[in-house]
Design a protein. Structure first.
Length: 387
């Protein structure tokens, strides 16, 4: 074998060992992060004791953790904020006279939300008020199906989440975010004065140590991703979005354009549905309104400034979206409820840097929205939006 061949095979061997090491370390980190629901119980218990910021991995599946937190909070609240991650910016102190918990979960469909509210109405009579988002941009208003009652009873240890299949874990372990995270982890270990303790804390311990966020809140990370960023949920259930960067003004025009091209998920939601709301959704919402002992607040979540306005200037999206809003307005007037339309978030004073993407607004934007609603139109029937 000549020297070139030896060099080539040596290089292949070194690369193979490096890839194997990356795979092995990331699989270990993922085993810690994704190995069932044990961490959800640990994180929930810690938050109940400290009222700090945390979450149980993975951040893409928050139902077990949020259900544990809801059951802890139920004796102390009279209002539940439902929804998906688009509603996580809403904070309970935005709802005067109400004691709320934000139960919004990642990827939670409106069909599921209705089932959750139905469960609460049947099993938790102390909950009087219901705050529910109506997302058109994510297809939630149009999605076919029938709501079915959820089970929000208190989870018990042993009701663990299943580990993903091994091949799926291997693919995830070699993904760019996981490799970047591993690089950051290894660098932090190398920089540490106590390298063994640092490595043990990452690869073997259930969580990191408590630390303080920029706003003074205490936090603890049970995930090896997003360490030290104050990512997760506050005691009130709202999200910090600490792992995500705010949209910069220089990115705004491109992001609006990206959102409104025909191939975008937002455009497809309108094109596929032609703006026709699933009647089963309205039927389910009517039942919630009829059975509520207090107030039902419905809202269309804020979108990046200028995004919905652009849709309303484009054919045929404008016609489809106008049809959706006309149907919602008619339904809301019939049910004697308000729908807070925050799609054109700029009307409420929300700015580009209060978003992390086209459809996720942080708490400061939600503060402006609900402040105006409660000041100007708390008893209005139908759709409300500032002129």
């Amino acid at each position: 074998m000549d020297s070139h061949a030896k060099y080539f095979y040596s290089l292949i061997g070194i690369l193979g060992l490096a890839l194997f090491a990356i795979l092995a370390m990331n699989l270990k980190l993922m085993e810690n992060d994704l190995g069932g629901g044990r961490k959800a119980f640990l994180a929930s218990s810690w938050q109940e004791k400290t009222r700090g910021v945390t979450y149980a991995p993975p951040l893409s599946s928050t139902r077990l953790f949020k259900t544990l937190r809801l059951n802890d909070r139920l004796p102390h609240i009279d209002t539940v904020i439902f929804g998906s991650s688009t509603a996580m910016g809403a904070r309970p102190d935005m709802f005067p006279g109400m004691k709320a918990y934000n139960f919004a979960q990642t990827g939670n469909l409106l069909l599921s939300v209705i089932g959750e509210a139905q469960y609460i109405q049947k099993n938790d009579p102390e909950i009087r008020n219901f705050v529910i988002p109506l997302d058109w941009s994510l297809d939630f208003l149009y999605m076919k199906g029938t709501p079915s009652m959820a089970d929000l009873s208190e989870p018990k240890p042993g009701m663990d989440q299943k580990m993903p299949p091994f091949l799926a874990r291997m693919k995830e372990a070699m993904s760019e975010p996981r490799i970047k995270n591993l690089s950051a982890v290894l660098i932090s270990i190398l920089k540490s004065h106590h390298k063994w303790d640092a490595a043990k804390g990452i690869f073997l311990d259930d969580s990191g140590r408590d630390y303080r966020c920029a706003d003074g809140e205490i936090a603890r990370d049970y995930d090896t991703m997003n360490r030290g960023t104050c990512t997760g949920f506050r005691y009130d259930g709202s999200a910090t979005f600490g792992n995500l960067e705010r949209v910069k003004q220089g990115e705004h025009a491109a992001m609006v354009l990206e959102a409104t091209i025909p191939s975008s998920k937002y455009s497809k939601a309108l094109m596929d549905s032609k703006g026709e709301i699933n009647p089963e959704i309205l039927k389910g919402l009517s039942g919630i309104v009829a059975n509520a002992k207090g107030k039902v607040i419905l809202f269309m979540p804020p979108l990046l400034p200028g995004m919905e306005k652009k849709f309303m200037m484009m054919h045929p999206y404008a016609e489809y979206l106008a049809h959706t809003k006309k149907e919602l307005d008619s339904w809301a007037k019939h049910e004697n409820v308000t729908i807070v339309d925050a799609g054109e978030s700029e009307k409420y004073g929300c700015t580009t840097d209060e978003f992390v993407d086209q459809h996720h607004a942080v708490s400061s934007c939600y503060q402006k929205i609900f402040e105006q609603y409660f000041r100007q139109a708390p008893d209005r029937k139908g759709i409300y939006a500032p002129n």
